[in-house]
Write a protein that binds this ligand. Structure first.
Ligand SMILES: Nc1ncnc2c1ncn2[C@@H]1O[C@H](COP(=O)(O)OP(=O)(O)O)[C@@H](O)[C@H]1O
Ligand SMILES: [Mg+2]
Length: 217
C-alpha cells in the first residue's frame, strides 16, 4: 500500500509560473524518501500540496487511501507530522513548554502523560534550558528543534521534514537521526527534503530528484 498517492496533479501559483503539470508520485508505507533538487524547483510546494495547504488545479492526492481534499487541515495534521522549512511559521505559543503541551491538553489528552512526553522531547532536542522562553526569541536551530519536537508529541502516521538539518550542528543532527531511526523501526514513512549527504546516506530507502516538474530516481 502507498501512504501517499499523487496522481496527475497540476499546480501554478497565482501570477506565478507552473510548477507541476501532470505530476505523479507514489510514496510507500514505511519507506524513507529523500527529495532533492535545486532551489526553487518546487520541493516545498510539493509538501504543501500533500498537506492540503495549497490545492492542485487538477489531479488528486490520496493520503492513506483518503482524498486529501476531504480532510481538514486539523485531521491532516493528525495523520502527517509536517515540519516547515521555516519553523517560526509553526510556533504560536508563549513558551516552549506550552508549544509542546497546549495542543494536546486542549484536545483532552492526559496532562501528566503530556508533560512527561514533553520533558522527554525537551531532553532529546536539548531544549530544557529554554523551556520557559518565548519561542519567537529562540535561535534558529532551537526553533527548528522545537518545531520537530512539537510534531512528535503525537507519533504521526507519516512524517514530512523540509530541510530539517539546516542550522543544526552535527551533534544535534545526530540526536535527530536517533529519533528518525526509532520512527523508522516503528514503520513510520517519511519524506525528507535535504541536501546533507551524510544524513541522506544514513537514512535513505529512496532518493528522488525534482527537476523541471519531473521526478528522477
Ligand atoms: N506563494 C508563492 N507565490 C508565487 N510563487 C511562489 C510562492 N511560493 C513559491 N513560489 C515560487 O515557486 C517556485 C518553487 O518554490 P519552492 O517550492 O519553495 O521551491 P524549493 O522548495 O524547491 O526551493 C519558486 O520559483 C518560488 O519562487
Ligand atoms: Mg523549499
Amino acid at each position: 500500500m502507498n501512504n501517499i498517492d499523487i496522481n496527475n496533479i497540476s499546480y501554478e501559483y497565482h501570477r506565478g509560473r507552473q510548477i507541476f503539470n501532470n505530476f505523479s508520485l507514489q510514496l510507500k508505507n514505511g519507506e524513507t524518501t529523500f527529495l532533492t533538487g535545486c532551489n526553487g524547483c518546487g520541493k516545498t510546494t510539493l509538501t504543501k500540496l500533500i498537506m492540503g495547504i495549497i490545492k492542485p488545479t487538477s489531479g488528486e492526492i490520496k493520503i492513506f487511501g483518503k482524498r486529501a481534499d476531504s480532510l481538514s487541515l486539523g485531521s491532516m495534521g493528525e495523520i502527517i507530522g509536517y515540519v516547515f522549512q521555516y519553523p517560526e511559521r509553526q510556533l504560536f505559543s508563549s513558551s516552549v513548554m506550552d508549544e509542546l503541551t497546549f495542543p494536546l491538553i486542549f484536545k483532552g489528552y492526559n496532562k501528566i502523560e503530556t508533560f512527561e512526553k514533553a520533558k522527554d522531547l525537551l531532553k532529546i532536542f536539548d531544549l530544557e534550558k529554554v523551556k520557559n522562553s518565548y519561542p519567537s526569541l529562540l535561535s534558529y536551530g532551537e526553533k527548528r528543534r522545537l518545531a520537530i519536537a512539537s510534531v512528535l508529541m503525537v507519533v504521526p502516521k507519516y512524517l514530512i521534514l523540509d530541510e530539517p538539518t539546516a542550522s543544526l550542528d552535527n551533534h544535534r543532527i545526530d540526536a535527530l537521526s536517533d529519533v528518525l531511526i526509532e520512527l523508522k523501526n516503528r514503520k513510520i514513512g517519511m519524506l525528507i527534503i535535504s541536501h546533507n549527504k551524510t544524513f541522506i546516506e544514513k537514512h535513505k530507502d529512496r532518493v528522488i530528484k525534482l527537476e523541471g516538474g519531473q521526478i528522477y530516481e
